[in-house]
Design a protein around this ligand. Structure first.
Ligand code: CTP
Length: 410
């Protein structure tokens, strides 16, 4: 039985999206090249999820196709990958569409990036390179059967049965980042990982290729940990998917502490994913090196480790607490709290962090001090007093430093 998704196409895409796609269709019909909506967009049309990205497969050369769109319409190529024959095109309405030549892929070395070949091949060959059946669906755009679903692997059935299923048994060996993708789709759509797929994940995790590059895995973890649902971390521990990047992760963490610390505005929502990565990596220097971390990410991890090494030192003195946290990145302090529940963090955030010396260098000069390195010593002395709860007003600080003025003039 043929399935057509005209209704879904009509109802779920904006007018701008539909117009851009129709412009591409008209170009494909002129050029007699078949184009298809492919992958995530078709899956999301069936699931009636919001459509974010539009991917079109071109049974031909997608870069040439994009150049034609530029020639005939007021389109712009924003980026192109010549080696993969893909192009991102911006339409006059601002809508962007990714065009990719159909292709086959060969994994010459397990876990490494595949080698692409046979560009412009038949659609069936292209979908065979993909990860899960739910991502193999295509929608005909060119010719008389517009919006007819092409489904070589019963992806439609798997979407209906909420199943995540790989296409072949070597899929995770070829590309272990698909393990995180499976968890991502499971959590995002409330699907189940089909039994054989789940066994193959287990099998791979028992026998990990330690030489694989971890960048794609990090990228998938970033997407996975950005899903706003409970227990996303727990799932990575329970399934042992953490083994892809860590031998010794924090096994369980206190979710309520994460919620508690968000109230103090230390964490930007876009950094939440990185908190979970830190929980995986905090005990594991070896993998940290391989994850192509940014300087900021490395600094946060180092600071968290530094704070952890001070964990058992009694932190009951305000000055000590202040000095420990004041120059640390907010995110590091937040992660330290999530890991340890260390009460001094809350004391720092609620009572100490705001303490500032009120007088300035200019004030000191007006009082008769001669500018020197001694200024910073003075500021430090004032701060120490303030941390004891003294010198709350600027006048108190002035009175306090005046004692030292006498000494300096002696
Ligand atoms: N793909 C794959 N293996 C990967 C990554 C991607 O086979 N490791 C394939 C999938 O078939 C996917 C397509 O490439 O449909 C495009 O990848 P991506 O844009 O990441 O997938 P989407 O399904 O669009 O996912 P999302 O909704 O998260 O953007």
């Amino acid at each position: 039985m043929s399935i057509f998704l005209n209704n879904e196409f009509d109802c779920m895409l904006t007018d701008e999206m539909k117009n851009a796609i129709y412009q591409a269709i008209s170009q494909s019909e002129k050029a007699k090249i078949n184009i298809y909506l492919i992958g995530g967009i078709v899956r999301d049309l069936i699931l009636k999820n919001q459509i974010k990205d539009i991917d079109i497969a071109v049974e031909g050369d997608a870069v040439c196709f994009a150049e034609k769109l530029v020639q005939h319409l007021n389109c712009e190529i924003i980026s192109a990958q010549e080696n993969l024959r893909t192009a991102k095109v911006k339409f006059p309405s601002g809508i962007e569409i990714d065009f990719a030549s159909t292709r086959e892929e060969q994994y010459l070395d397990s876990g490494m990036l595949p080698v692409a070949c046979n560009f412009g091949c038949e659609l069936e060959k292209d979908v065979k390179r993909r990860d899960f059946t739910i991502n193999t669906l295509a929608l005909i755009l060119t010719g008389d059967e517009k919006f007819k679903l092409i489904d070589y692997f019963d992806g439609y059935g798997d979407i209906s049965n909420k199943q995540i299923k790989i296409l072949h048994d070597k899929s995770f060996i070829d590309d272990p980042s698909r393990i995180i993708r499976a968890l991502k789709f499971k959590k995002r759509f409330d699907f189940e990982i089909e039994q054989n797929t789940s066994s193959l994940i287990d099998e791979y995790l028992n026998n990990i290729n330690k030489n694989m590059p971890l960048e794609r895995i990090k990228n998938e973890l970033r997407q996975y940990f950005s899903i706003k649902k409970q227990n996303i971390y727990g799932e990575v521990i329970k399934t042992r998917a953490y083994k892809l990047i860590s031998d010794n992760p924090v096994q369980d963490f206190n979710y309520s502490r994460l919620l508690e610390i968000t109230d103090y505005e230390l964490i930007d929502e876009k950094d939440i994913w990185f908190i979970f990565i830190c929980l995986l990596l905090v005990n594991d220097n070896y993998h940290k090196e391989k994850l192509n971390m940014t300087a900021f990410e490395i600094k946060v991890l180092d600071e968290v480790n530094e704070l952890l090494s001070e964990k058992n030192i009694k932190l009951n003195d305000n000055e000590r607490i202040y000095k420990l946290y004041i120059n640390k990145i907010d995110l590091s302090v937040a992660i330290f709290y999530i890991l340890t529940g260390e009460k001094s963090v809350i004391k720092f955030l609620t009572a100490l962090k705001q303490i500032k010396v009120l007088i300035t260098g200019k004030d000191l000069i007006n009082l008769g001090f001669i500018p020197s390195k001694y200024f910073s010593e003075l500021f430090d002395k004032i701060l120490k007093e303030k941390l004891k709860g003294k010198l709350t007003k600027k006048e108190d600080e002035i009175k306090f430093v005046q004692k030292f003025l006498k000494k300096q003039s002696r």
